[in-house]
Ligand binder design. Structure first.
Ligand code: FAD
Length: 388
């Protein structure tokens, strides 16, 4: 396998930009096609998990590409969960008894921009924006794109194509619709969706509530969480059923209903959110689902990676971290089998899928724990014993 080989990556999100950087560092010719505009020039983050929990798993990938220090400057450590009960009482449940063990809150946009910048420092990496992949011919290793601005369609070929185009992956659809090989695929939605809201900074720029924790307002069948941002704001996410319970996304249709819901369930959060109603009606409600599929690759031609291969619900805060870990595992497999893409792809999937299936299931379990058990007195007693 010569390093002059051309690798085409579909999607310049978190996984695609990290993969482009790593393959660029390894000396491959890398072309990345992203359907959205360049997020370093246009603000396109609204309504889509503005910040994320970034853990040691993801940090190992940053170490691999030499970005640990730069990423650290984007992080806010969160040492545990701050639970807010319905009476406004709070208690902190630390993730560990040790100070150096924590997770971080990080801005999706800042992290993605850093990875794109670093990838573009390599002359052998080129990133093209506003180019939407419409389908992939995995037998010929070609992809059909449409330019958003000119509407022109064009076909690109490469030695291999890797799709990091997220939960709605075009390559995955092409595998499924192509019916050329036995492709297993499942997509399961939760009954709950999510909506992003915000707590703005204090006027002097400070944080309105404790900064170094992940805030949770668990209420049994629904919950609110908040993660801090560097500017003093918090990104708040409401997880709620679409159609079950007294309050759900389908019946929160008026300003009065939304305020009534928050006054009853989250009065302390409401006091921090004077812009609640605007946020609620301006920001989209989005579904949450798990995607599993196999095989991830077609011969030595094409491969799925990141959410395209294994989208999970966000309750373990591990989707991005797992997608970053994909790149680390792929890199290790390349060290062993470089020269034969089919072996690389097969060994990569064999090594990786067992773990991504496990985190997918754990993430659903943690949904039930976060919205319910963390507020349960038995859980609180158990945590106290664990911490003693
Ligand atoms: P994406 O980030 O979805 O990137 C895919 C890219 O491909 C995008 O840039 C997209 O525009 C582009 N694209 C899509 N289709 C095409 C096409 N046809 N042609 C060209 N380009 C295309 N993970 C964590 O680790 N921690 C968290 O705290 C966390 N919180 C989350 C909260 C919420 C509410 C949600 C929904 C997810 C959360 N995640 C979290 C999961 C995380 O967002 C994903 O796992 C991660 O974004 C996956 O990265 P990716 O690059 O594989 O996919």
């Amino acid at each position: 396998m010569s390093k002059q080989q051309n690798i085409l990556i579909i999607g310049a999100g978190l996984c695609g930009s990290l993969l482009a950087l790593r393959l660029g560092q390894r000396g491959f010719n890398v072309s990345v096609y992203e359907m959205r505009p360049d997020l370093r020039k246009v603000d396109i983050s609204a309504g889509r998990s503005i910040n994320l929990a970034f853990s040691n798993r993801g940090n190992k990938a940053m170490k691999l590409v030499g970005l640990e220090d730069k990423v650290k400057s984007l992080c806010i450590p969160m040492h545990g969960r701050m639970i807010h009960d319905e009476h406004g009482n709070t208690f902190q449940s630390n993730y560990s008894g040790r100070d150096h063990e924590y997770i971080n809150s990080i801005s999706r946009g800042d992290l993605n921009a850093l990875l794109l910048n670093e990838a573009e420092t390599h002359k052998n990496v080129n990133i093209y924006f506003n180019k939407k992949c419409k389908s992939v011919n995995f037998e010929k290793t070609t992809a059909l794109f449409q330019d958003y601005e000119t509407k022109d369609e064009f076909v690109e070929d490469a030695d291999i194509i890797i799709a990091t185009d997220g939960a709605g992956s075009t390559l995955r659809k092409s595998y499924y619709l192509g019916k050329k090989f036995l492709f297993s695929f499942s997509q399961e939605y939760l009954t709950h969706g999510y909506k992003e809201l915000s707590i703005l900074p204090k006027e002097n720029g400070g944080f309105k509530v404790h900064k170094n924790v992940l805030h949770i307002w668990p209420r049994g069948s629904f919950m609110l969480i908040a993660l801090p941002n560097l500017d003093g704001s918090f990104t708040v996410t409401l997880f709620l059923s679409y159609d079950e319970g007294e309050y759900n996304f389908n019946n929160l249709t008026t300003e009065e209903r939304v305020l009534e819901f928050f006054r009853k369930e989250f009065p302390d959060a409401l006091a921090l959110m004077p812009n609640l109603v605007e946020d609620f009606f301006e920001n989209p409600t989005a579904p949450l689902g798990t995607v599993k599929c196999s095989p991830w690759h077609y011969k030595g031609n094409t491969l799925l990676m990141g959410d395209a291969a294994h989208a999970i619900v966000p309750f373990y805060g591990q989707g991005m971290n797992a997608s970053f870990e994909d790149v680390v595992v792929f890199d290790n497999v390349l060290d062993q089998h470089e020269g034969n893409w089919e072996t690389v792809f097969r060994e990569y999937e064999k090594t990786r899928k067992i773990d991504t299936d496990a985190i997918a299931d754990l993430a659903i379990d943690n949904f039930h724990e976060m919205k319910d058990h963390v507020a349960n007195p038995i859980f609180q007693e158990k945590r106290k014993l664990e911490m003693a």
